[in-house]
Write a protein that binds this ligand. Structure first.
Ligand SMILES: [Zn+2]
Length: 387
């Protein structure tokens, strides 16, 4: 590169070099060709478009691109392509789908980074998320790919040391979609004194889907969560608020650190009671859900007491539910959260509890109110009626 101090300054220096945007687009396009070559099983880069890419791979390239690491050292380009080939033979259906590409280009110093977020399918029954960072360098007039990091390389940075009395909050990335959950971690130091609002996600660990794991992107790399948690996160992204912090035990606690785990489990009642909202995930909606939420809202709207809290604290009115309402509520109460986990008193006795079922959400108080004012025989024996 030219030393900028030795060249005369042009009379009008544009603040953004005109070619910058083009370079970014070009490097993003070339980076995506790597994934294209992989999906096409073109490991020798012989295709017309991938031959072009081959000319941009530095002879000194090292790193790792989605070989299923982690490895103890960066590998050579030859080792990289043979690792892909071997994996494609072992998993004939393996495929990468690019979900998002972004880049940072510094034209003047001739360095650039391209970030690619991908979904990887065809390895077992799960969809994995992968994130790559491809580093480019301009040599003479040609951009060369000289180094690549992939998700597993960054594994050790996923959790950082949590100070005593602090909690980790999950924050959604702006690139999240219901099928591509990408979150970041944020520490909330001394959360008992902090007034920053956060939500807690509560769910049933007895759900059979709990054992079935799905991957999300956590701090830039794949992280496995129970499908129940994945479902809840998808619903939040699709229907609810994503600009707030969430405390989710399976993600917020570093289970690889026994001391932290013990401390966090002991703090759980406080984490729940300090939360702005405790969201009880009941599962995706079904054809009865809308009617159930409507019944709870209508019952509350017709309550003769000045407030639901007052009515719930000992109100005497009773309402006969219609058969349709009874069926809808029965279906809601049949969900795992009520059946197996039992009703958590810390959620149902506090005012911050909310039930979420797919796109529907309501305060727990509405549910408690419906249950205690109903005289339908089918509800009398349900667990909710004890409240
Ligand atoms: Zn009432």
């Amino acid at each position: 590169m030219d030393d900028p101090s030795s060249v005369p300054t042009p009379p009008e220096t544009p603040t953004v070099p005109p070619q910058k945007k083009d370079t970014a687009a070009e490097l993003e396009r070339l980076s995506c060709l790597i994934i294209h070559a992989h999906n096409e099983r073109d490991f020798e880069f012989q295709g017309a478009d991938t031959q072009e890419l081959q000319a941009h791979i530095s002879p000194q390239w090292k790193g790792e691109i989605d070989t299923g690491g982690p490895r103890d050292r960066p590998i050579t380009w030859e080792e990289q392509t043979s690792a892909w080939k071997q994996r494609a033979e072992e998993h004939p259906d393996v495929r990468f789908d690019i979900r998002h590409v972004s880049s940072q280009v510094n034209e003047r110093s001739g360095v650039a980074k391209v970030y690619m977020e991908m979904e990887v399918s065809g390895i077992g029954g799960v969809t994995l998320h992968a994130m790559n960072e491809l580093r480019w360098r301009k040599v003479e007039r040609l951009w060369l790919l000289h180094y690549t990091l992939d998700g597993p390389t960054k594994m050790k940075f996923q959790y950082t040391q949590l100070q005593r009395g602090s909690i980790r909050l999950v924050r959604f990335s702006q690139y999240c979609t219901p099928s591509f959950i990408h979150v970041w971690m944020e520490h909330l130091p001394d959360f008992r004194k902090d007034t920053s609002p956060y939500n807690v996600l509560s769910y049933s660990p007895d759900d059979p889907k709990y054992e079935d794991l799905k991957s999300i992107m956590l701090n830039g790399r794949s992280f496995m969560v129970p499908s129940t948690v994945h479902e809840a996160l998808s619903a939040i992204v699709e229907h609810h608020r994503t600009n707030e912090g969430y405390w989710i035990d399976r993600v917020s606690i570093n289970c690889g650190d026994p001391a932290e785990r013990t401390e966090q489990l002991a703090l759980m009642p406080t984490i729940f009671s300090h939360a702005d909202r405790v969201l009880v995930w009941l599962g995706p909606e079904d054809d009865q859900t809308e009617a159930a939420f409507k019944a709870m809202r209508e019952r509350a709207a017709h309550c003769p007491y000045p407030s639901l809290e007052e009515c719930n604290a000992g109100g005497e009115h009773r309402v006969v539910s219609s058969e349709q309402e009874q069926n809808a509520m029965k279906s809601l109460l049949a969900r795992d959260y009520f059946q197996k986990a039992g009703i958590r008193p810390d959620v149902f006795q506090k005012r911050n509890g909310h039930l979420i079922c797919g796109r529907f959400m309501c305060e727990v108080g509405l549910f408690v109110h419906y249950q205690r004012t109903s005289v339908g025989p089918s509800e009398a024996a349900e667990p909710g009626s004890v409240l």
